[in-house]
Ligand binder design. Structure first.
Ligand code: M6R
Length: 364
């Protein structure tokens, strides 16, 4: 049941610290600060190219994984939504591998992508939440997210658990390919071990996010902006908001604003910026400043350091814990999910069963 929570989604949001802890504990050794991956169907050191595919939120988790794997393991990654992969008819390389990401392990398009990739000679690994699912059975190997059952149609804890697994894979691949020093591996592993505690701190921003939600609930259109590994999280924030509050939202790479979407910016369109301090901060902050100069209402999700700079022109600033750039997407994802949740509650929609949507999409 829902316990003391109003919705399954709210309950599942609050399970983040536990779920992330359970998922990470499967693949990280807190004593040695090493990643311990299960047996994989391919050798990351020998794979020339990786294809990743999934649908919806799972695709966005996979897309963050792409940033991480390319950065940490220097392994080229192609990422495509499962429903498009076949039409792109990608030239699959010999000895290549593929990762399919799915909570249910039953999504028809992702299953079709899995089969296409297998037929194309790729070794397939699925990242699934349901161990006995079709995808887990049909792929050459499976790694599990330990999110437990997710009832809300909008993915929350399963999404961040997918991110946690992708992060572990990226570190493991980095080591296998000798791209990461022991020191780097320790530093990254340590950052992941701090994620459950930091997730609890994000949940403590509940009241601030609810106040922000009250502003968002009045809007007709909303923009989410992010850069680097936070770009897919901007897309996720927009997807979640559309899905459960029925407000039109779009996610953009912060640097793309001036190539079109900034034309939308006026005093009616809130711009939700995912902008932690760190290597990408300055560029994103100046994109935001440009939007603010055109009357845009900047709502910034940042940390203590970022807040100083952004509060000069942002209408609202919400301070999330200060974390390294590597783990930021996991924590900012929780914030945008919680925001969407509160907007939906304020709008009075059916949070757990949004219109027209099914938890598991078993038709192509
Ligand atoms: O079960 P899957 O992870 O394969 O599902 C994929 C998508 O249908 C799913 O993530 C969908 O986008 C969610 N409703 C997002 O909240």
């Amino acid at each position: 049941g829902k316990g003391n929570y109003r919705h399954f989604m709210e309950k599942e949001l609050h399970e983040h610290p536990a779920v992330l802890g359970d998922t990470l504990r499967q693949y990280l050794d807190p004593k040695t600060l090493e990643v311990r991956l299960p047996r994989l169907p391919f050798e990351p050191a020998r794979v020339p190219r990786l294809t990743i595919s999934a649908c919806g939120s799972a695709f966005l988790a996979a897309s963050v994984g792409r940033y991480w794997i390319e950065q940490l393991a220097r392994l080229p990654v192609d990422a495509d939504v499962a429903s498009e992969l076949r039409y792109r008819d990608p030239p699959l390389v010999e000895g290549g591998a593929a990762i399919l990401v799915s909570q249910s392990g039953e999504t028809a398009d992702t299953m079709a992508a899995l089969r296409l990739l297998k037929e194309g000679g790729q070794k397939t690994l699925s990242v699934v939440n349901v161990p006995e699912s079709s995808m887990a059975r049909e792929s050459d190997g499976a790694v599990l997210t330990a999110a437990g059952p997710e009832i809300g149609v909008a993915s929350t804890k399963a999404f961040t658990a997918q991110l946690a697994v992708m992060a572990c894979l990226a570190i493991g691949f980095g080591r296998a390919r000798r791209e990461l020093s022991t020191l780097d591996e320790g530093r990254l592993t340590q950052a992941l071990l701090e994620v459950p505690g930091n997730a609890a701190l994000v949940l403590e921003q509940n009241e601030q996010l609810r106040e922000l939600a009250a502003e968002i609930a009045k809007a007709r259109d909303v923009l989410f902006l992010g850069r680097g590994s936070l770009y897919p999280i901007a897309l996720e924030g927009a997807l979640k908001l559309k899905e459960i509050s029925y407000i039109h939202a779009e996610g953009y790479a912060a640097g793309e604003m001036k190539h079109g979407p900034i034309a939308l910016v006026d005093g009616n369109v809130p711009v939700i910026a995912l902008c932690p301090s760190g290597p990408l901060f300055e560029k994103t902050a100046s994109n935001l400043q440009e939007a603010a100069a055109r009357g845009g209402r900047i709502m910034a999700l940042t940390d203590a350091d970022g807040a100083g700079r952004l509060s000069r022109f942002a209408e609202r600033v919400i301070k999330l814990p200060t974390v390294c750039a590597f783990s930021a997407p996991i924590l900012y994802a929780i914030a945008v999910q919680l925001l969407a949740y509160h907007v939906a509650v304020l709008k009075g929609t059916d949070v757990d069963q949004p219109r027209n949507l099914a938890k598991s999409v078993t038709v192509e």
